[in-house]
Design a protein around this ligand. Structure first.
Ligand code: PMP
Length: 314
């Protein structure tokens, strides 16, 4: 993974070496930060880097920040303009991962949310696949349960809550799997360590509802549209039992990092014969064409970094 050269930090674009915080930073001590994860897809033919749904990502970032009583003064459009400026400084001509972070920059001791300063930073790195085996993942059910909305808001991407994801991911990887099935406090399937989960069963496409303690994923929402409009299936949101996954026709994960990834095994049991199923194969092809700007119908989900008008971020 190569390092970025710049970051947006304390209100301006600076060399990455200058984007540093103190050990006394509240967010570092208490996990009081929220983040986003967004992708830019390089289209070689068009010589363009397309941001995937940047406004939706910045709307969610602002909501996440509000959970921790941090107001971002910029509109989503202004945040997008800052990001475009940053990416033009980097000049990336390849797939890119973008990480905005809003954090309690206050330096001092005391666990609370109120009356603390905060700041916004953004950096972006060249990035390909997040998971090595996205064409046939091995999932294992974690013994850790997904953080519950009664403890930490689950529809926000709250840094401290990702200790839960880290425990889950490490447990299943050390046990020889690629990714996790995470159960919620009720024992139903919620999602993976940092991706949403779908299954195809009896000709139906099913995914856990937002009240199953999932993150309200932006790729998840995009797949609802693609599956309904392009593949002619309805998506059913309902609770899923662990054992249903064992007898599912297909299981797949989605998210900014994993994109659309096929699941070949759950708890060592083969799904769709231990290889990628036909539904997810078709969905992946469609998804990658959409994000690379090859399907005009969904061009409104994309924002060109190099061809866009320069809008003031002020
Ligand atoms: N769940 C969790 C816990 C995540 O961290 C992510 C990645 N942001 C997702 C699901 C997928 O969300 P999105 O499609 O918005 O990337």
């Amino acid at each position: 993974m190569s390092s970025p050269r710049f970051a947006f930090f304390q209100g301006k674009i600076v060399p990455i070496e200058q984007a540093k915080v103190s050990v006394m930073t509240h967010a570092l001590n208490y996990g009081t930060a929220v983040f986003g994860g967004m992708r830019g897809y390089w289209n070689e033919e068009k010589g363009e880097l397309f941001l995937f749904r940047p406004i939706d990502h910045f709307v969610r970032l602002k909501q996440s920040a509000e959970f921790l009583m941090m107001d971002i003064p910029h509109t989503p459009e202004q945040l997008r303009a800052i990001l475009v400026d940053l990416l033009r400084h980097e000049g990336y001509r390849q797939d890119t991962y973008i990480r905005p972070l809003v954090y309690k920059s206050h330096e001092g001791i005391g666990v609370r949310l109120h009356n603390l300063e905060h700041d916004l930073t953004i950096f972006a790195i060249p990035f390909g696949s997040y998971l090595e085996h996205e064409e046939g993942l091995k999932l294992g059910t974690s013994t850790w349960r997904r953080v519950d909305d009664t403890a930490i808001p689950v529809r926000g991407k709250i840094s401290g809550a990702y200790v839960n994801s880290a425990l889950i991911k490490t447990e299943v990887m050390l046990n020889g799997h690629d990714e996790a099935v995470v159960l919620n406090q009720d024992g139903h399937v919620s999602e993976a360590s940092a991706a949403n989960l779908f299954m195809v069963r009896g000709g139906k496409v099913i995914t856990p509802p937002v009240h199953s303690n999932i993150l309200e994923g932006i790729v998840r929402r995009s797949l609802f549209t693609l599956i309904t409009e392009q593949m002619g299936y309805e998506v059913i949101e309902r609770e899923i039992d662990r054992s249903e996954l064992y007898v599912a026709d297909e299981v797949f994960l989605c998210g900014t990092g994993v994109q659309v990834a096929a699941v070949a095994y759950v708890d060592h049991r083969p799904i769709s014969g231990g290889k990628m199923g036909e539904f997810v194969r078709a969905l992946r092809e469609l998804f990658f064409n959409v994000v690379r700007g090859k399907v005009p119908q969904y061009a409104h989900w994309l924002y060109p970094v190099y061809a866009s008008e320069t809008i003031s971020a002020d």
